[in-house]
Design a binder for this molecule. Structure first.
Ligand code: VGL
Ligand code: ZN
Length: 197
């Protein structure tokens, strides 16, 4: 098996002090760095939204963390975060980004959010990661990062459905845990065949 470490969205806006801070988000950075040497490939994802993105509450004059209906289904409306080129969109300064083979940006389509590293939230529009992994012969993925219940969850369940062998290291993830989202995510991942460790 060829193993990749997939590090999801370890960016300033998801760490304490950021626009969509995840509690303890910064605590996972050093242990993730330490894990990188154990893998054949290291891939980072980066949430990368244009200003006025459709997933921002401000775009709809709505309260952050309220829900809306998009053509592709229900969508949480978030505080403005990970705006292209901003400090918040940059990786945590201690993350060893020079060790990455690939940095995959997602969420750049103004009308469509993209939690998963594989498909945008319509579950149809591919990011290209599936083809990249397959053409490199990578068949086993370990996922870590932020946030457990959104981008890690959607990435891991898509990867398992695409036929990859997937492990999520929950000790190296942190969750938003909004309205029962963490428990639902763990159940969903297990149901999709993800090893949740
Ligand atoms: C994420 C909400 C909005 C994540 C990204 O990385 O989990 N969550 N954008
Ligand atoms: Zn986002």
């Amino acid at each position: 098996m060829t193993h990749a470490l997939v590090v999801i969205d370890v960016q300033n806006d998801f760490c304490p002090g950021g626009a969509l801070a995840v509690e303890g988000g910064d605590q996972i950075v050093q242990p993730i760095n330490a894990l990188m040497a154990d893998f054949d490939a290291v891939i980072l994802t980066q949430d990368w939204h244009p200003a006025g993105h459709s997933s921002f509450a401000s775009t709809h004059d709505a309260e952050p963390m309220s829900m809306t209906e998009m053509p592709y289904g229900p969508q949480v409306l978030w505080p403005d975060h990970c705006i292209q080129g901003s400090h918040g969109a940059k990786f945590h300064p201690d993350l060893e980004i020079d060790r990455a083979d690939l940095i995959l940006r997602k969420g750049f389509n103004p009308d469509l959010d993209s939690y998963s590293a594989f498909f945008e939230n319509d579950h149809e529009t591919p990011t290209g990661l599936d083809g990249y992994l397959r053409s490199r012969g990578i068949d086993s993925l370990t996922m870590v990062g932020l946030a457990t219940d959104f981008c890690v969850n959607w990435s891991a369940t898509d990867a398992a459905r695409l036929g990859f062998d997937v492990t999520v290291r929950t000790d190296l993830c942190r969750a938003i845990d909004f309205d029962g989202s963490l428990d639902a995510a763990i159940e969903g991942m297990k149901g999709a065949g993800v090893r949740v460790g």
